[in-house]
Design a protein around this ligand. Structure first.
Ligand code: PMP
Length: 437
């Protein structure tokens, strides 16, 4: 069938009747919309989650990669295996051992970042209308993938130790009693995006016990686990259970995201399905990236590099926490992450982070409003603040600007009442609408 866009069609999108139903779940990501403004040099962006890779040994890496092309380019620039190259999977087994995972390279499937792993696992397990349980809040990119696959996300309460086991049990039982098919618990046990919370070992064991009891698969997403800032890495959920947990890992934060190399470690039968879907999606995941990362792991002190990343992110995390303590108005609270990139702030009663964003950007500071991390519209009283990218000085400056915005909002509400604050904000938003698109 060919679709001729009609010149007289007054609808916004002339292809609207041609799209598959699954495109209904596609939404513009709040994070993408933000990048346009937040990347301007005058704005301190506490919004994006980009790792800071400027300190990687780039000159040496350049030489390594040049040698790779000269000496092994015929293989490294060729198509490869749908499951990923054997040597890359062997290295990944070694990396996962840092979090006490014992695995076989046969059960690893290489993906185009862990983002593609999220998609493949969703497509292996979920039909349209199936339910995926996720932390409240949860990673915006995963929510996008689940929605693109027409799944419904139901959030499960977190406390300061992560997913609440009893809330998980109740969610599964209630949904099933209502005839819903609950397929997976999607969880980020380490330095959760966006909340910064980490599940202690005891909580991991409690969650696995509930998952056993209600027979639920767990999708463990762990891109940040090695970026621990105060402690040794904790054992992964997968370290305790090889049958119930499908594990996702990534080199994006511990090395560099541009290679787009992530992976899944899955029970053997699941792995077979993942490979078939991976072949259908890509023929083979990025081959050059696998050669390049393998060379990096072989020839460089990658553990030492991770220690350097930890020192750099620790300084930034400490700057953000100190800046918040200094500059946030009373009634604001925030989490104290022990690793990863993110702090989750809760605003004083009545403030709305989404509505306030244009004002913050005018004041040259950006964050991600909490609503981006909920499938159900909650989170307006929260914001995600990331400390990974700006320098400590800029982070402190960002918290000053943010503190002034919050203080201004609070004082407007006190002086003129809620309505006045809303209408001033609306004026500002309409002025900034084009920037925020
Ligand atoms: N999961 C989480 C929790 C993330 O924060 C990210 C990146 N922001 C990803 C998955 C995707 O990472 P990548 O595809 O680069 O491996």
């Amino acid at each position: 069938m060919t679709i001729e866009p009609s010149r007289t069609d007054t609808r916004l999108d002339p292809y609207v009747d041609a799209y598959a139903a699954r495109t209904n779940g596609l939404q513009v990501s709040a994070v993408r919309a933000l990048f346009a403004v937040a990347n301007r040099p005058e704005v301190v962006s506490l919004a994006g989650g980009m790792p800071n890779i400027a300190d990687l040994p780039r000159a040496e890496l350049g030489q390594t990669f040049a040698r790779l092309v000269a000496e092994q380019g015929v293989q490294a620039m060729q198509y490869g295996s749908g499951q990923g190259e054997g040597f890359m999977r062997e290295h990944i087994v070694e990396v996962m051992a840092e979090e006490q995972i014992s695995a076989h390279a046969d059960d690893v499937v290489i993906t185009c970042g862990s983002q593609q792993a999220l998609d493949l696992v969703t497509r292996v397990f979920c039909d349209p209308g199936d339910v995926i349980l996720a932390e409240a809040p949860s990673y915006v990119g995963a929510l996008g993938t689940f929605h693109a696959n027409q799944c419904e996300v139901v959030h499960v309460a977190m406390d300061e130790q992560g997913v609440v086991p009893e809330a998980l049990r109740q969610a599964v039982l209630t949904l099933r009693a209502n005839g819903r098919r609950v397929k997976l618990l999607y969880t980020i046990p380490n330095f959760h995006n966006p909340s910064g919370i980490t599940q202690p070992v005891s909580r991991r064991q409690e969650l696995l016990a509930v998952a056993d009891e209600v027979d639920l698969l767990i999708l463990e997403d762990n891109p940040y686990g090695l970026l621990t800032l105060d402690d040794e890495p904790l054992p992964a959920l997968r370290a305790f259970d090889a049958e119930r947990v499908i594990y996702l890992g990534s080199f994006s934060k511990t090395f560099a995201p541009g290679f787009r190399i992530g992976w899944t470690l899955a029970p053997h039968a699941v792995k077979e399905k993942l490979v078939l879907l991976q072949e259908a999606a890509t023929l083979s995941p990025p081959v050059f990236g696998q050669f390049a990362i393998s060379k990096y792991l072989e020839d460089y002190d990658w553990r030492g590099q991770i220690r350097k990343f930890r020192d750099m992110y620790r300084e930034r995390r400490d700057a953000l926490l100190a800046g918040l303590a200094e500059n946030m108005p009373e009634g604001t609270t925030w989490t104290h992450p022990r690793g990863g990139f993110f702090v989750w702030a809760t605003l004083p009663e009545g403030l709305d982070a989404q509505a306030m964003l244009p004002r913050a950007v005018t004041a040259r500071v950006a964050y991600v409003p909490g609503t981006a991390f909920y499938a159900d519209g909650l989170g307006s009283g929260n914001m995600r603040l990331s400390y990974c990218f700006p320098t400590p000085e800029r982070i402190i400056e960002g918290t000053k600007r943010l503190g002034e915005v919050l203080a201004g909002e609070l004082s407007m509400r006190r002086t003129f009442g809620v309505g006045a604050a809303e209408s001033t904000r609306n004026e500002l938003s309409s002025g900034l609408a084009t920037d925020l698109n």
